[in-house]
Structure formats: structure tokens, C-alpha cells
Design a binder for this molecule. Structure first.
Ligand SMILES: Nc1ncnc2c1ncn2[C@@H]1O[C@H](COP(=O)(O)OP(=O)(O)OP(=O)(O)O)[C@@H](O)[C@H]1O
Length: 558
């Protein structure tokens, strides 16, 4: 079965930043400038404590000139920090917006070109959550939290360096007292964080999926009365989300132990300082620098800990997004041959199953000569739609191949193939908007004169002009102003705009009113001239008109 990679429910976070780096590469210049500005602004903050210490020593020594210099340098540092902080925030948010825009484009482009099997194998809500929700969360993280995290991380590193320079003895004692406890707290948090945050994201996606399906299936749910079963299912998803959210909060609370560690370490440090000053090992200025810098260090670590939960959430979201991007091949990765203008369409030993355990097609062999008309008939569920999707190259066969003009469809350029072989499905998808906006979805960016020409070619001028707005008629939300037959008329117009060599038509099974059925059949008659036509025929009138009929019985040709 599937030649596709399925998405993991809990996406792996393993080496996530290394996997994400290629997506950041186009923006490395602006990211580098933002980081540099951040580094300089942090260095300015860290530099304030030694300047205060310098000033204290100057006061103790009664040196007015040195004190003047200390004040001037401090003012310069404060001003430099303000300017650099603003600059780094602006640059980081600009870089973040660019990365996000790039990711959005990439996800949409890859999803648009994703194999049908991939889209069908996942819940719409899950894909929606990964391609919108995760990106929105990432935007917030990049804009609001990442700048803080970077500056806090730099503060911790630079302050530790400063402490080592001022008194390596005191600094080492601080590190010896504080580090094991701090590392212990972080390890305890990390042990459960990746798993629990991953489950929370999965539960969130499940809720989105159920919610999306509630909206999509609204009619089916409401028609039989109160959709209790669905409400029950929705509540179960909601309860699951609540339970994992509680677990997440419990894990996040572990970081509050940092407060306790800070209290213990500060008390120990103060006692040691008093002892060292009394014995003449340290000056008062150094102790002032130490106390200020240590406070800075602990405050940074505490804020860092508070942000770590958000960072973990962003990491999991990033992993889910990267998992989606990695599962979808880039459209430029496999350029194929251009398809020949005309040719026979030949199925050779096609086997295909939607799942591993059951084949729907069991070795189908059939030839559709160029320019001929063929009907496919068979009982419901016999595999007709599956067969035409394989013939159109929308699915790849598990075994066997489909050849057009002698070339395996897998070797043809996918976008050229979509123009040469066109499938008009039973349920033509209509977007909310006008007829012209719907026709514009046909490949090749057709303009209004192309659209009018297609309408004329299919003899549908009166159908379009019965609306005063003509091509600009509003088709309603998802096309709800159109009947099933009229949706297929839009599908035929899109096909006419593409001018394919092979037209595959899966006739609508819904009862069509005689006028629409007649209009549709007339349009197919006009469109079929000079093309290969394969129709999944449900109406007796269609079957009668077709010179050749192939019967599908349980995934085989009779
Ligand atoms: N996306 C899918 N995922 C899993 N199974 C599917 C999917 N689409 C179709 N099937 C199954 O494959 C089998 C063949 O379905 P198919 O739609 O090809 O039949 P059909 O002959 O076109 O039926 P109908 O005349 O009702 O449209 C059915 O058992 C169906 O349940």
C-alpha cells in the first residue's frame, strides 16, 4: 500500500532545530543581524554591574574624576542598551514574520501538490491544525518569546563570565552550589516535557479535526435530529484535551522549584561574601558587583524557566510542522517528461488497495484507444471511481502501471499530466465565490475571454446568462446555489478551459432534473469531439449512447 509517508500522531522532536535549519537558511542574514543586536544589547546590560562596582570603589577612594567617568559610562551603556534592544526586537520580529510567510507559502504549495492518498489518509482537521495553528503558535513564539529567551540566555552566559572574572572563587562556589540543583530541576522537567507536550498537541489537533468534521458534516448530523452520538464523541475529545492539559501544567510547575534553588543559593552566597570581605579576600566594590550580577543571573534564570514551557510547546508545534513538510515532497523535486499530445491510455495489471489488508482492484488490464468513447459500469463499490483515479494519475498503483502514449504516468510531469488527462468527479468542488472565480481554478490562469469561449464551446451561454451577473454570478457558500448536475457543468467548463486529450467523467448519481441532465449530456457531446472519453455511466441514456461498455465486477473487468 501507500507510497506515501504517514504523519506521526506525536511528531518526533529529535534534532528538530537541525531539521528546521534548511527552512531558515534563506533568512540567515536578517536572523544574524538580529542576534548580533541582541548580543550587544545584553552585553550593555551585563556591563552595568561592573561600572557600578567601579563607581563604588571610586567613592570609597574619594576619586571624583573616576566617579565622573563611571557615571558617564553608565549613562552611555543605558542609552546603548535602549537603542540596541529596540533594534534587536524590530529585527527579530521582522525575521520572524519573513520566516512565517515563507513557511505558510511552502505548506500551501506542498499541500496543493500532495498526493491524493496523503490527503485522504489524514484527518482534515489535523492537516489544518499543522498548517495554520502550529504556524500561528510559532508566530507568537518568534515574535513575543524568542527575543526574551535569546536575551536571557545571553545574559546567563555573559553574567557567568563576568562573575568568573571578578572572583573566580565566589563564582565557582556559586556554580558548585547552584548548578547541580538547577540542572536537576531542568532534567526532571525535560524527562516528561517532550512526551506530554506532544500528547497535548495531538489532542489539540484531534479536537480541531472533530470540530472541522462537525462543520463539514453539518447537514448529515442535523438531519436525523439531535446528533447525540457526535456530541458524545466531541466531549470525549474535549475531556482528553483537558486531561493532557492538566498533566502539562503539572510538568510545567516543576520549574517553579527554581525559586527555591535561588533562595538557597543567594543565602549561601551572602554568607560567604561577608566572610571573604571580613578576611580581606574581597573588596566592597567586588561584592556589590557580585550581588547585582547574581541577582541579574537568578532573575534571568527564573524568567527563562517560566518561558521554557512555552518554548517546549513551540518545539512540539515546530516538530509537527516539520513532520508535515518532510512528508510532502517539494514540487520541484521530480520534473518529469512532457506527455505526448495524443495516445492510447493503457492499464496494465493494476492492483490497488486503500489499506494494507484489502485490495480494491485486482489486476485490471484495459486499453482505451485515442479518440474512442467508453463507458464504465458496475455495482456500487465495485471500484470504478478508484480505477478512473488511477487512470488520471491521482493515485499510483501498488502493482502494474498506467501508460499514456506509451509512457508510464509516473514519468510524466505532474502539472502537464493534469492538463492532458482531466477527471470531472461526481462531486465537483466549488469554492465560495463567483462562477468566474471558480473557473479561474482551471490550470493555465484562464482569463474572461477564455471562459466565454469555453461557455460558447459547450453551448452553455443561456445557462450562464440566466443570471444577470453572468460569469460574475455568486454561487453561494461552497456552491450551495448549484444542483449536483450544475456542479458537473462547472466541472466540464473547467475541463474545456484545459482542453485535455483524455476526459474522464464520473457521472453524478444524484437525480438530475431532465433539463439539467439534457444540458449536461449536450455539453459532454460537444466537449468529447477529438478526445478520448471514459464515462462512469450511471444513467441509462448515457450508456445507450456509448459505443463500448466495460463492466467492473469486484475490482476486476468482466
Ligand atoms: N478514500 C478511500 N479510502 C478507503 N476506502 C475507499 C476510499 N474510496 C473508496 N474506497 C473503497 O473502495 C471500494 C471501491 O470504491 P469506488 O468508489 O471505487 O467504487 P465505485 O464502483 O466507484 O462505487 P460508486 O458507484 O458507488 O461510486 C469501496 O469498497 C469503497 O468503500
Amino acid at each position: 500500500m501507500p507510497d506515501i509517508r504517514l504523519l506521526a500522531e506525536v511528531a518526533p522532536t529529535h534534532r528538530i532545530f537541525r531539521r528546521f535549519w534548511p527552512y531558515l537558511r534563506p533568512h540567515r542574514a536578517i536572523l544574524g543581524s538580529a542576534l548580533l543586536a541582541s548580543l550587544l544589547s545584553t552585553a550593555a546590560v551585563v556591563g552595568i554591574a561592573p561600572v557600578i562596582g567601579w563607581g563604588v570603589d571610586a567613592v570609597t577612594a574619594g576619586d571624583a574624576t573616576r566617579l565622573g567617568w563611571a557615571v558617564a559610562v553608565m549613562v552611555a551603556l543605558v542609552v546603548a542598551r535602549l537603542v540596541l534592544l529596540h533594534r534587536s526586537a524590530v529585527l527579530l520580529s521582522e525575521a520572524g514574520e519573513r520566516v512565517i510567510r515563507y513557511l505558510r507559502d511552502l505548506v500551501v504549495e506542498r499541500l496543493a501538490g500532495a498526493p491524493l492518498r496523503f490527503v485522504e489518509a489524514h484527518r482534515t482537521g489535523d492537516l489544518l491544525r499543522r498548517s495554520t495553528g502550529e504556524i500561528a503558535d510559532l508566530t507568537l513564539f518568534l515574535r513575543d518569546q524568542l527575543p526574551n529567551l535569546i536575551s536571557l540566555g545571553l545574559t546567563v552566559v555573559l553574567t557567568t563570565g563576568l562573575l568568573l572574572v571578578y572572583s573566580w572563587l565566589l563564582a565557582l562556589l556559586l556554580i558548585a552550589l547552584f548548578l547541580p540543583l538547577a540542572v536537576g530541576v531542568v532534567l526532571w522537567f525535560n524527562r516528561s516535557a517532550a512526551g506530554i507536550f506532544g500528547h497535548r498537541a495531538a489532542a489539540d489537533a484531534m479536537m480541531t479535526a472533530t470540530f472541522t468534521e462537525t462543520l463539514n458534516a453539518h447537514e448529515a448530523l442535523v438531519a436525523p435530529g439531535r446528533p447525540q452520538e457526535w456530541v458524545r464523541r466531541f466531549r470525549a475529545d474535549n475531556d482528553e484535551l483537558l486531561a493532557v492539559s492538566d498533566d502539562t501544567v503539572r510538568v510545567q510547575n516543576r520549574l517553579e522549584l527554581f525559586g527555591l534553588v535561588e533562595g538557597l543559593a543567594t543565602a549561601a552566597l551572602l554568607m560567604l561574601s561577608v566572610w571573604l570581605v571580613r578576611d580581606g579576600h574581597l573588596g566592597v566594590g567586588t561584592v556589590v558587583v557580585f550581588v547585582l550580577a547574581t541577582r541579574n543571573l537568578f532573575e534571568s534564570l527564573l524568567t527563562f524557566a517560566a518561558l521554557a514551557g512555552q518554548a517546549q510547546l513551540a518545539r512540539v508545534g515546530l516538530a509537527r510542522l516539520v513532520d508535515l513538510l518532510e512528508a510532502l515532497p517539494s514540487s520541484s523535486s521530480e520534473p518529469g517528461e512532457p506527455p505526448p499530445p495524443r495516445g492510447d491510455l493503457v492499464a496494465e495489471g493494476l492492483r490497488f488497495g486503500y489499506t494494507d489488508d484489502a485490495d480494491v482492484l485486482h489486476g485490471v488490464c484495459v486499453t482505451f484507444p485515442a479518440g474512442e468513447r467508453t463507458g464504465l459500469v458496475g455495482a456500487t463499490g465495485s471500484g470504478k471511481t478508484t480505477l478512473v483515479k488511477l487512470l488520471a494519475g491521482l493515485y499510483e498503483p501498488d502493482v502494474g502501471r498506467v501508460r499514456y502514449g506509451g509512457v508510464d504516468l509516473r514519468h510524466l510531469d505532474p502539472s502537464d499530466l493534469r492538463r492532458r488527462i482531466v477527471l470531472v468527479p461526481q462531486q465537483v468542488h466549488i469554492i465560495t465565490g463567483t462562477l468566474a472565480e471558480n473557473l479561474a481554478l482551471a490550470p493555465g490562469s484562464p482569463d474572461r475571454s477564455d471562459m466565454r469561449r469555453a461557455v460558447g464551446l459547450l453551448g452553455l451561454d443561456d445557462w450562464v446568462d440566466r443570471w444577470p451577473e453572468g460569469l460574475d454570478a455568486d454561487l453561494g457558500a461552497r456552491g450551495d446555489r448549484l444542483s449536483a448536475g450544475e456542479r458537473q457543468i462547472v466541472g466540464l467548463l473547467r475541463a474545456a478551459l484545459v482542453d485535455p486529450a483524455v476526459l474522464l467523467l464520473d457521472e453524478a448519481t444524484a437525480d438530475l432534473d431532465p433539463e439539467t441532465a439534457e444540458r449536461l449530456e449536450a455539453a459532454v457531446e460537444r466537449l468529447r469531439a477529438g478526445r478520448t472519453l471514459i464515462v462512469i455511466a450511471h444513467r441509462a441514456s448515457s450508456i445507450e449512447r456509448l459505443p463500448r461498455v466495460v463492466r467492473v465486477v469486484d475490482g476486476r473487468l468482466a
